[in-house]
Design a protein around this ligand. Structure first.
Ligand code: DQQ
Length: 476
């Protein structure tokens, strides 16, 4: 697609106030999982699951964009498309990119057959600018699900890494009547893969029936394993496990959810600053028909930098580069919160950083995307006694086809720990990260762009500092 055409598509959709202005999303149409994230010759490349012909899942290609700073993006031509009468005739599903000693290689799942029922692992080799991709002539490199899966249909999303023992690949799958799993393979040459076994098997009663989009990486001795859990009918939550990894098995020492809302299919990589960075798809919370009518669907979360704390909890922070585009700043400090809401600012494009001290019975409420009367709003409530967040999305009764269920999420604070909050609001996307370790991403669809009041109130709680930055569009 020409530069002019993508620019025109972006300009046409830019008047839609639900459409994020500083998060990455394609010029138009559908996007889901991030794929093949890699830094190449200093530039950050993002590939993504993309339907170029509609704002719905289907006809899946790999879209492609590049950035020098993880914030500003240039659209590039579609990287991979299905080939008729081949193992990927029905779609190029998720995967990763690796640097094979200067040669860029993509691994992806080729799908074909009824209900995408045949899923095989394929390879493509890139040009030095990552624009042209040639599929390996002997695809697939792995063509059958291991027997112990006792099923032959769910086998996708290869994640490949290299270490002193060679190349490793994990592929998301399930074991019939047991639960989600990922199967491990090893290779010397990236072409011939030897099956090792499942690294971990989930309990289908707890962690979904299928595991999709696996990731493995390490901080020192500790390995982190992230998967996206699927019920067989629908996506559930992204989960992480921390432990040791020996003889092809993961021994779990800590586990938790990566996000308690809409962030799904995260994918990680290490950049040249040594940062472990993570991308994630923020799916929609509205009916498919509404997305089709809007002409776009799916957003990427602001990339996050990951680390581990001394209790093996995964910590995450939006990349520091986001701070470079912050606009007008509003600072509030030392306010004892009472029933009467304090007006803060009006905007649907905000980056907020706050610290709050709550007494044992303290409650804090932040209202976003609120109408003047407050009959429509999103309320972020933290109850210190229950150590619990409730995120309420409240719309006029006539609003239909938009998710409005509450997110109820436990967030334990140590006795002397204050509550820190990072809140990023961008049109219909809302990312909330508490104390760097509890992430709740959601989607909201205000009925008017004037419903943009930000207020807060509370009881037995004190705003220590709150910095609110108005955020610009990255596409101007
Ligand atoms: N999305 C891809 C699959 C993956 C799923 C298809 C997760 O490869 O398992 O678009 O959202």
């Amino acid at each position: 697609m020409s530069d002019d055409r993508t620019k025109l598509q972006r300009e046409t959709l830019a008047t839609d106030f639900h459409r994020p202005r500083f998060h990455f999303l394609p010029p138009s149409n559908w996007m889901n999982d991030p794929n093949g994230v890699i830094q190449w010759k200093g530039q950050y490349h993002l590939f993504y699951q993309h339907n170029p012909t509609g704002a719905f899942h289907g006809n899946i290609h790999w879209g492609h964009a590049v950035s020098h700073d993880l914030i500003h993006w240039k659209d590039l031509p579609i990287a991979l498309s299905p080939t008729p009468d081949s193992v990927d005739e029905s779609g190029i599903f998720s995967g990763c990119a690796v640097d094979n000693g200067g040669q860029p290689i993509i691994f992806y799942t080729g799908v074909s057959g009824p209900n995408y029922g045949r899923q095989v692992q394929c390879m493509a080799i890139g040009s030095q600018d990552l624009i042209q991709w040639e599929k390996y002539s002997n695809n697939p490199v792995i063509d059958t699900v291991p027997d112990e899966a006792k099923q032959t249909t769910d086998f996708r999303d290869p994640f490949v890494w290299h270490d002193e023992n060679g190349w490793h690949m994990i592929v998301g799958s399930r074991i019939e009547n047991a639960g989600g799993t990922v199967f491990l393979y090893r290779s010397e040459d990236l072409i011939h893969w030897h099956y090792v076994g499942p690294i971990l098997i989930g309990d289908k009663k707890v962690d979904g029936v299928i595991w999709e989009c696996p990731n493995m990486f390490r901080f020192g001795e500790k390995w982190v394993f992230i998967v996206s859990t699927h019920s067989g009918e629908d996506v559930e939550l992204a989960k992480y496990f921390v432990g040791t990894f020996e003889n092809g098995r993961l021994s779990v020492e800590f586990e938790s959810y990566f996000d308690y809302g809409y962030l799904y299919a995260p994918l990680t990589f290490v950049d040249d600053k040594g940062r472990q960075l993570l991308w994630g798809w923020l799916r929609e919370g509205r009916a498919v028909e509404a997305a089709i009518q809007a002409g776009w669907s799916g957003v990427q979360a602001i990339p996050r930098q990951l680390s581990l704390d001394d209790r093996n909890r995964l910590l995450m922070e939006p990349v520091v580069e986001l701070e470079s585009i912050r606009g007008e700043a509003h600072r509030f400090a030392n306010v004892d919160l009472l029933d009467d809401p304090v007006f803060l600012v009006r905007s649907l494009s905000l980056d907020m950083v706050g610290e709050f001290a709550l007494a044992t019975e303290g409650i804090l409420s932040i209202y976003l995307a609120s109408s003047e009367s407050g009959n429509e709003q999103t309320q972020i409530i933290f109850d210190r006694h229950r150590n619990e967040f409730v995120i309420k999305r409240q719309y006029p009764p006539t609003t239909i086809d938009v998710d409005n269920y509450p997110h109820i999420v436990r967030h334990d604070l140590d006795p002397d720990e204050s509550l820190t909050l990072r809140i990023i609001l961008d049109g219909s996307t809302l990312e909330i990260i508490a104390n760097k370790r509890t992430s709740i991403s959601t989607r909201i669809y205000p009925t008017s762009s004037d419903n943009n009041f930000v207020r807060l109130n509370g009881k037995q709680s004190k705003l220590m500092t709150l910095d609110i930055y108005e955020m610009p569009s990255i596409w101007q």
